[in-house]
Design a binder for this molecule. Structure first.
Ligand SMILES: N[C@@H](CCC(=O)N[C@@H](CS)C(=O)NCC(=O)O)C(=O)O
Length: 223
C-alpha cells in the first residue's frame, strides 16, 4: 500500500492518513512531496481520477490499483478493509456520536484552520478572530464532555484510540505553536494524543524538514 503525503511540518490532512496507518501498525510505503511546488503538482497529476491533493492512498485490490483520497475516506477504507470495524467505537450509540464529532471536525472549524495553520516547528503569535475563539470554545466543550463520559474506558475521546482521535490529531498539534492552552480535561486529552508514539514519530520526522510554505506561516514569530 502506498501513501502520498505533504510536508510533515504543515500538512494536517496528510497527518490523518499517515496516523491512521501507523497507529494500527498497517504496513505502507510513504511518498512525501513538498506542498505548493511543481514537483508536488506533477506527482499528483499522475492520478487524474483523484483530487490532486494529499493524502492519497493507493492500494492493490485483486490486482487493480485502488485510489482513495480525502483523509476521512482513507480512515473509513482502512477501517473496513484492515481493521474489521475496530476504528470506530464498538457501541452503536457511541459510534453514531463518534461519527458526528468526526464529521463536525471534517466539515467545520474553518476559523481554526485558516488562522492557526499547523506549523510544528513554529512558536508564533496570532490575533484570533471571534470565530476562532468560538471554535476553541467548541473544542473545549466537546473534548471535556467526551473525556468526562468515557474516562473509565481509556484516555482518548471515546476511551480507546479511534478515528475521532485521528481526525483531531492536527488540532492538538496546532495549539502549542500559538501558545493556546485549553481547559484542564481538554488539555489533558490534547497532551495524551500528542504523546501517542505515532504522533511523536511524526513530530520527530517533521523536525528534519527545512522547507518553508509561506502561506502557512501565520502571525509573527515570538521574540
Ligand atoms: N478534504 C481533504 C483535503 C486535502 C487537502 O486540502 N490537502 C492539502 C494539503 S494539507 C493539499 O493537498 N493541498 C495541495 C493543493 O491544494 O494543491 C482531505 O481530508 O484529505
Amino acid at each position: 500500500m502506498e501513501l502520498l503525503i505533504g510536508n510533515k511540518n504543515y500538512s494536517t490532512w496528510s497527518l490523518r492518513g499517515w496516523l491512521m496507518l501507523k497507529a494500527w501498525d498497517i504496513p505502507f510505503n510513504e511518498h512525501q512531496y513538498v506542498l505548493d511546488t511543481d514537483d508536488f503538482r506533477a506527482q499528483l497529476a499522475k492520478y487524474p481520477q483523484a483530487a490532486g491533493m494529499v493524502p492519497l492512498l493507493i492500494d492493490n485490490q485483486d490486482g487493480d490499483e485502488l485510489l482513495v483520497w480525502d483523509s476521512l475516506a482513507i480512515c473509513e477504507y482502512i477501517n473496513e478493509q484492515y481493521l474489521d470495524g475496530k476504528g470506530w467505537p464498538a457501541n452503536a450509540a457511541a459510534r453514531a456520536r463518534a461519527r458526528s464529532v468526526a464529521a463536525e471536525m471534517h466539515s467545520g472549524f474553518n476559523a481554526i484552520r485558516n488562522e492557526l495553520p499547523m506549523n510544528l516547528r513554529a512558536q508564533r503569535k496570532v490575533e484570533l478572530s471571534a470565530a476562532a475563539h468560538q471554535n476553541i470554545a467548541r473544542i473545549n466543550q466537546l473534548w471535556t464532555e467526551l473525556r468526562e463520559q468515557y474516562k473509565a474506558q481509556g484516555p482518548y475521546l471515546f476511551g480507546e484510540f479511534s478515528i475521532v482521535d485521528v481526525m483531531f490529531a492536527p488540532v492538538v498539534f496546532r495549539f502549542p505553536s500559538y501558545g493556546i492552552t485549553l481547559q484542564p480535561l481538554a488539555e489533558q486529552y490534547a497532551q495524551t494524543l500528542r504523546s501517542h508514539p505515532a504522533m511523536q514519530l511524526w513530530l520527530e520526522l517533521s523536525k528534519l524538514e527545512t522547507d518553508i510554505v509561506e502561506k502557512d506561516e501565520a502571525g509573527e514569530p515570538v521574540a
